[in-house]
Design a protein around this ligand. Structure first.
Ligand code: THU
Length: 145
């Protein structure tokens, strides 16, 4: 298995850990670091719905808490309704990062100086995007300089 396949599988596995009693939509995210290691996250919902955290945000905040933000080289995502074990049942079309997560990934992209690749799992394969493709002309730290 290559590194991209590994993070896609890690993201899919992490979807089992989603806490999503309100939407019943399970998402897992996995970050590939430059040393080959992987950090995962799962969506974490709240009874006050708007406070819910997406899987990508959880994974990126976790990387930051380990001082690993600048080492993120790629992100993988897997989402869907859970099967009996809680793992996302993939759709024909990949689930892509929400708008807020795109902006969160923008921060990663600026810290790493990489147009972060985002791999989104679907039935039978994955779609690859880069942050600038899915969030063109983004607001970022340069705007504040
Ligand atoms: N969700 C994510 O975890 N990542 C995204 O990029 C899209 C949405 C979560 C939020 C919520 O818990 C559930 O999926 C349904 O929107």
């Amino acid at each position: 298995m290559n590194a991209i396949e590994e993070i896609l599988q890690a993201a899919h596995d992490a979807s089992s850990n989603a806490y999503a009693p309100y939407s019943s939509y399970h998402v897992g995210a996995a970050l590939l670091l430059d040393d080959g290691s992987i950090i995962t996250g799962s969506n974490f919902e709240n009874a006050s719905y708007g406070l819910s955290l997406c899987a990508e945000t959880v994974a990126i905040a976790s990387a930051n808490s380990q001082s690993k933000l600048k080492h993120i080289t790629a992100i993988a995502l897997a989402g869907g309704k859970p099967d009996h074990s809680g793992k996302a049942i993939l759709d024909e079309k990949a689930s892509t990062p929400c708008g807020r997560c795109r902006q969160i990934i923008k921060e990663v992209s600026d810290v790493t100086n990489i147009d972060t690749p985002i791999y989104c799992l679907h039935v039978g394969g994955y779609s690859r995007y880069t942050l600038s493709e899915i969030l063109p002309d983004a607001f970022g730290p340069k705007n504040l300089a």
